[in-house]
Design a protein. Sequence first.
Length: 318
Amino acid sequence: MANTSSRTLGLLSLLQTHRHWAGPELAERLGVSERTLRRDVERLRELGYPVGATRGTDGGYQLAPGAVLPPLLLDDEEAVALAVGVGDAAQSGVAGMEEASLRALTKVVRVLPPRLRARVDALRAVTRFAGGSGPVVASGVLTAVAQACRDEERLRFGYTARGSAPTDREVEPHRVVALGGRWYLVAYDLGRHDWRSFRLDRLTGPTATGTRFRPRLLPSEDAVAFVRAASGTPAPYTVEVLVHAPAARVRQAVGRWGTIEPLGRDGCRLTMTSTSLDWPTQALGNVGAEFEILGPPEFAAHVREWGARFLRGTDTPA
């Protein structure tokens, strides 16, 4: 059995990931008795974490807003900066970043007092991240929807589709997707008896109903593919290039918009993902080194087209 300190941190982490935990389920996850769980909850309260408890058949525990942020002790300015930064990172387009950043944002915002949540939303509204140009979604909306997805709990909200009147929806939420600078909820719409994708910037007042559901089979490869098909967003290209330059030089030119694998002192493999082939072409030009295109064929053709256009532009009129 884990020692008391590590078990308490484990309990705190679990309380941050779910809106509500049933007592027996939480004790089972921690591998302790319910009596030990009650003692651990009391330790968290003594440390300043407002852990709420309810009795009865639906009783359990949940972490109320206003707790300090574990495992680091952050002041107000640091907490706001962290929430804003993590929110932007979730839309950075970096492979594998979206889901982890959204989990982190959900944990952070859930324990922020209301006054700090308001500051986070205000700051994100006037600060634009270079990687995304879409509308800003309030942190409270984003985290409420993400939490309902994680808890497999039905969700109610108001929604205004483009060119339509506002409607009330009740859904079984599946996944939150960041795509093309926008946030989407993929969910089964109980009123329309079909799967839908909802833009979060058009969604208001998300409220968890407390009703759990058994997940349905999504009629698509994954949630991202479903949103692309519904919104008409083109599938991205994965460009792979062997660059004859040191990895540090390539990283300086490309930044975090590519994955770089060093291959000796003077070469590296560069991988970039983009819905447009113009940006990877420009990035390679910025490196200023010889390269070999490994794929896809569309990118090779695109670079040849750019090269031919530049050559024609250098022809001197007779």
